[in-house]
Design a protein around this ligand. Structure first.
Ligand SMILES: [Zn+2]
Length: 221
């Protein structure tokens, strides 16, 4: 398990001005980007690999990742996550998914803007498992106004995060591939998954209704 305590002092990230100026969402795929047509095979130990595997197909921990190709043109698909840029902002410390700059922090921790779903907790604090990165205030405000969601958003904060696994497609020598699977690092299926997103757990997350209200009304602190 990879512990990721959110540091009290913000770390420097890449310049966010370019992404903000053009209102690009750093983690979102572009329409001219798509998964490469690669052949997934199994090695002698039953682990997934690519028939023409390159060193860049695996992360530093050795897990196999989706290979994509294309260019950052053609407009963005805001609901998606690019399998290189999502992990890029989820590493230590996590950064804003909108601009790849610093995510917002206050005394309650780092800010996440999450869709309300059926599994959204009713009691706080609680642990939340997500593939969504944190956000800065400006991008959270923008997402709240421009991203479609069926049941609305919640804002939560946490002081501590763990990276717990990957999201991806699980392959089997005998069964059809299973897409959109959560595979935890201790799961033996880590050797059968082609990952496309890092999964994290927000430990003891608290609901932040104050910030959500300010963002909704444009009254940024
Ligand atoms: Zn941002």
């Amino acid at each position: 398990m990879h512990g990721l305590a959110v540091p009290a002092t913000p770390a420097s990230g890449p310049a966010a001005d370019g992404a903000r100026a053009e209102r690009r969402l750093y983690i979102a795929p572009y329409r001219d980007e798509a998964p490469s047509n690669v052949k997934v095979i199994f090695d002698a130990d039953g682990r997934v690999c690519y028939a023409d595997e390159r060193p860049s197909d695996r992360c530093i921990d050795g897990w196999l990742w989706e290979r994509w190709e294309g260019t950052q043109t053609g407009g963005q698909r805001w609901a998606g996550h690019h399998p290189v840029r999502q992990p890029d902002v989820m590493r230590h410390p996590p950064r804003c998914g909108g601009c790849a700059g610093e995510a917002h922090r206050d005394e309650r921790g780092m800010l996440w803007l999450l869709h309300i779903i059926a599994q959204t907790p009713l009691a706080w604090p609680c642990d939340i498992i997500t593939v969504t990165p944190p956000m800065c205030l400006a991008d959270a405000c923008w997402a709240l106004r421009n991203c479609r969601t069926e049941h609305g958003f919640i804002a939560v904060r946490t002081q501590e995060i763990d990276i717990i696994g990957d999201w991806g497609t699980v392959y089997s020598p005998t069964q059809p591939p299973q897409a959109d699977q959560l595979v935890l690092f201790e799961d033996s299926r880590m050797h059968q998954v082609v990952a496309n997103r890092i999964v994290i757990r927000l430990n003891d997350a608290v609901l932040d209704e104050t910030t959500l209200s300010l963002l909704s009304t444009g009254g940024l602190p």
